[in-house]
Design a protein around this ligand. Sequence first.
Ligand SMILES: Nc1nc2c(ncn2[C@@H]2O[C@H](COP(=O)(O)OP(=O)(O)O)[C@@H](O)[C@H]2O)c(=O)[nH]1
Ligand SMILES: Nc1ncnc2c1ncn2[C@@H]1O[C@H](COP(=O)(O)OP(=O)(O)O)[C@@H](O)[C@H]1O
Length: 388
Amino acid sequence: MGEAPAFFVDHLENGHHTNGFGVKSEDRDTSVQIGDRSYVIGGSHEGNPLFLGVQIHDKTTNKWSSPTVLGTGPKPCKGYSAIVLKHGRILVIKKGSASDDSIWFLEVDSPFVREQRKLLGKEVVAWSKGVRGNAEKPIVISGPSGVGKGTLIAMLMKEFPSMFGFSVSHTTRSPRFMEKNGVHYHFADKTVMEKEINDGKFLEFASVHGNLYGTSIESVEVVTDSGKRCILDIDVQGARSVKSSSLDAIFIFVCPPSMKELEDRLRARGTETEEQIQKRLRNAEAEIKAGKSSGIFEHILYNDNLEECYKNLKNLLGINDDAPVNGVEVEGINLPKEHTVTKIEDKIMIQETGEATKNNMIVLDLASINGGAPGRTRGIVLDTVKSS
Ligand SMILES: Nc1nc2c(ncn2[C@@H]2O[C@H](COP(=O)(O)OP(=O)(O)O)[C@@H](O)[C@H]2O)c(=O)[nH]1
Ligand SMILES: Nc1ncnc2c1ncn2[C@@H]1O[C@H](COP(=O)(O)OP(=O)(O)O)[C@@H](O)[C@H]1O
């Protein structure tokens, strides 16, 4: 898909037009055209006033459709500017919104959306909030049951509580003694979880040791929004799905020193029945093989001596004793309530309008944006050009 020409900002003419659902679009709706399709952004999603609506009009069939909308999108507001970017994204700028909620990307044909469309077998679009600066990449940690993933992650979160946040997965397995719902896992009913997977609420999911596990899009967004670096403890199948998404993570596989040691650790943990231990050990061999040879993981760690392994983990994450470790500051983007938007190459010019205007212009440089749905689009550079 080619990039739209500059100055491509299109508000619906006269603001009123009846769509295929018999719903009147209001004058705060905004539409953009990509090929034969118009994407109309405005109103609410499926009658829910908390979610901004997205509808698609196909010129060739003259039909309207309501796509499945993935990710937590912007809350509806008074008006929007929308502009087509390359790689199947639409930049949506909210008028008169809070500074941490002003810049959004609606992905209509990104690799993530294409993948989800195939998976769910229906029309899909996905929201991703735009943030300034570059947060560190999320971390995916995989490895066989009992190798020490949870232990290593707990050490990292304890030492650097403001830097790392854990993506709390959903699972249909029963909670272990000491495991808390919403902290270690969201313990879920199978039917409910399957429905949510069908509704596109999950970034990835897999059947592991006879239970369903999955990472919801929201669980990743919650961590990213807190300015922390997201850690995902997921199996190899899940890691493969994340690898093909736009999450742009670091992939680490943890190996045991031997199968005998793995078995001893699983038994010593005392959380599984003998039958479950046997199942996990059977699966371990295939997981280790896949972990080492699949090309998914750029780092393999051996967890023999725990302290040494933890030190190696910190090293590969770029944490050493000399470097200060802090959370990432989440900076907002303050935009004028009334404005016009124009685009020249990767730069978006936001010009204040209205009576009390000082004619200052805000420039968003999108040349280095990265990440995207599910999660946040990072790397927006912001500049203010003052009128002389
Ligand atoms: N694909 C996927 N795997 C997960 C998820 N959450 C946990 N897992 C994996 O499921 C497996 C079993 O996890 P768990 O029952 O907690 O047992 P443990 O690994 O022995 O602590 C591990 O390999 C986890 O990495 C998830 O959201 N998605
Ligand atoms: N390097 C290590 N040496 C000995 N025991 C370990 C080591 N790492 C972890 N353990 C222990 O092994 C058991 C399994 O670790 P855990 O973190 O629960 O594994 P996972 O999350 O990969 O299933 C726990 O009882 C933990 O205390």
